[in-house]
Design a protein around this ligand. Structure first.
Ligand code: NAG
Ligand code: NAG
Length: 361
């Protein structure tokens, strides 16, 4: 399952001085605002200019919350939190007939907790958005969804709304910072891996089994009965030179929080196993990670990691990106606001006749 960034995680960041303050503040502000329960009437009083004009605003209705994790949408979260105009996000199902978009998260549809409101009369203008952060293998029961959706929201770069598990955003830290300040000081493990789902069929298992014969690999997680909680995950990873960001499924653009959160935020250089290098380079600088496919054998990879950890200067070069970027967590709500504010005038007809075929493309 996708790990969403939680407020708890965000608070934890404060104790890590190598994590840029700007990132911490941005995230605390974002999640703080989402989680603080302030009645919308208060917002309305404070921001009298925020009268919802249904003639100019696009309305996006969240039919139910992914994994039951709800956020306070306030009077106009798109405007109030992200300064994005012309889009109102609502969760009140009684506004179905007004809604320009209705968003359905796949997990709850596939396990039967939720159903598509096919019994309601769908207004002509209304588009349905299929939302999933899972790779094709984990999206079950796709067939009944064929022909119902107009848009997709996923980590895929070619989705109508691309909402990845993380992304780098340019940041101006000013001058005077050196890359060393971003590297955790107390490195004591060469390579670490956190794994909850250990299967002999995964490619990553074969790579791990070979790699551990070449270099020491510290393994944590449910698979080895060494679970790490929110408080211990990042401190543990920060002590590792390298983090094995091995995806459980090799799918196009499928780069998860293992890369964005565990490795990049945790302060270890990611060793990735997943889609081809070009797909990582489309979202992160080429010297911010090491790709398993860069090596003709796992032995070569192991030897490379061993030597790199000993070469301070070269190791530090894998942190160069930190002088220019911060990691932004999964922000599907913001991505929704951006999309909905832009497409109000979109007239094109689009239907996903076979969603399953699309996700497997
Ligand atoms: C705007 O919304 C109000 C209440 O939701 C409704 O009564 C009114 O008819 C709407 N106006 C337009 C132009 O859609
Ligand atoms: C959205 O999808 C529905 C269901 O297939 C379809 O009837 C409708 O025409 C589509 N709308 C647009 C604007 O593409």
């Amino acid at each position: 399952m996708c790990v969403y960034f939680t407020a708890k995680n965000m608070k934890l960041f404060r104790s890590y001085r190598w994590i840029p303050m700007a990132f911490v503040l941005a995230c605390l502000t974002f999640f703080g605002s989402l989680l603080i329960q302030c009645p919308s009437s208060v917002n309305a009083v404070q921001k009298p200019e925020q009268v919802i004009l249904n003639t100019t605003n696009t309305i996006a209705l969240i039919w139910y919350w992914p994994f039951g994790m709800s956020y306070n949408l306030g009077a106009n979260i798109c405007h109030d939190l992200f300064e994005i105009p012309n889009c109102i996000l609502v969760e009140d199902r009684s506004r179905f007939s007004e809604a320009d978009f209705v968003i359905f998260h796949h997990r709850e549809l596939s396990n039967g907790q939720q159903k598509l409101p096919v019994h309601l009369t769908r207004p002509q203008k209304q588009r349905w958005v299929w939302f999933s952060q899972e790779c094709p293998e984990n999206n079950l029961n796709m067939k009944p969804l064929a022909g119902h959706f107009n848009f997709t929201m996923s980590y895929r770069l070619d989705a109508d709304i691309t909402a990845p598990s993380g992304r780098l955003v340019p940041q101006n830290f000013g001058t005077g910072l050196t890359v060393e300040e971003f590297i955790p000081k107390d490195k004591s493990s060469l390579a670490c891996w956190v794994v909850s789902n250990f299967s002999p069929h995964h490619k990553r298992t074969a790579v791990y089994n070979k790699l551990k014969t070449i270099i020491p690999v510290d393994v944590y997680g449910g698979a080895v009965n060494k679970r790490l909680d929110d408080k211990t995950l990042l401190p543990t990873i920060s002590r590792c030179y390298f983090y094995l960001a091995f995806e459980n499924s090799i799918s196009r653009d499928y780069i998860t929080e293992k890369f964005w959160y565990n490795a990049l935020v945790g302060g270890a250089v990611p060793v990735v196993l997943g889609p081809p290098r070009e797909q990582y380079e489309a979202v992160a600088p080429k010297d911010s990670f090491i790709h398993v496919d860069d090596f003709s054998s796992v032995e070569d990879l192991g030897e490379f990691l061993r030597k790199l950890a000993e070469d301070k200067q070269r190791y530090a070069s894998y942190f160069n990106w930190r002088l220019k970027y911060t990691v932004e967590p999964n922000m599907w709500i913001k991505r929704t606001c951006e999309f909905c504010s832009k497409v109000s005038s979109l007239q094109t007809h689009k239907v996903y006749k076979d969603l399953d075929a699309w996700q497997r493309e």
